[in-house]
Design a protein around this ligand. Structure first.
Ligand code: NI
Length: 169
């Protein structure tokens, strides 16, 4: 099932999500649906709050279907280590049509549970490092625009308010 993506302005995006405690068939189905919804929206990462589900759960595939091994499920992820810096363009499915330069860590180690509840650690660089940080932020109610200047952030918010008024958001 493909879920519609929740857009900026919905409070679910800015609240702390609940931990995942049950790893059952329902969760497996949700994870499947999240991958499907992410691909349908042409994204490389999706957090559960972005489909209106306030759970500490995200999916990532920075290869966009090219490498099945690259499909990652992150339940209850914690960032363990951040090294170096990268600056690059970043967007979010919940803030469509906007992109901004964001400075992030270059090499990031995350600890998370897979779809069966098994804990694992993974280190990613470049785009994967960025995805780990971006998606983990989502689960803590934080959006990438919190990492840009107040001036740029206000400009985006103003443009979104106009789109909302026009019924285009
Ligand atoms: Ni996002």
């Amino acid at each position: 099932m493909i879920y519609p993506i929740v857009k900026y302005g919905d409070p679910v995006l800015e609240k702390q999500a609940e931990p995942v405690t049950v790893f059952d068939d329902e969760l497996k189905k949700l994870v499947e649906d999240m991958f499907e919804s992410m691909y349908a929206a042409h994204g490389v990462g999706l957090a559960a709050p972005q489909i209106g589900i306030s759970k500490h759960l995200a999916v990532i595939d920075v290869t966009f279907k090219e490498d099945p091994e690259a499909k990652l499920v992150l339940a209850n992820p914690q960032i363990l280590h951040v090294e170096g810096k990268q600056r690059g363009s970043e967007g979010c499915l919940s803030i469509p049509e906007f992109r901004e330069e964001v400075t992030r860590g270059k090499k990031v180690t995350v600890r998370a549970q897979d779809v069966n509840g098994k804990w694992y650690e993974k280190t990613g660089e470049d785009l994967l490092a960025r995805a780990f940080l971006h998606e983990t932020d989502h689960l803590n109610g934080k959006l990438y625009i919190s990492h840009i200047s107040a001036l740029k952030r206000d400009l985006i918010k103003r443009k979104i308010r106009k789109l909302v008024k026009a019924g285009e958001w």
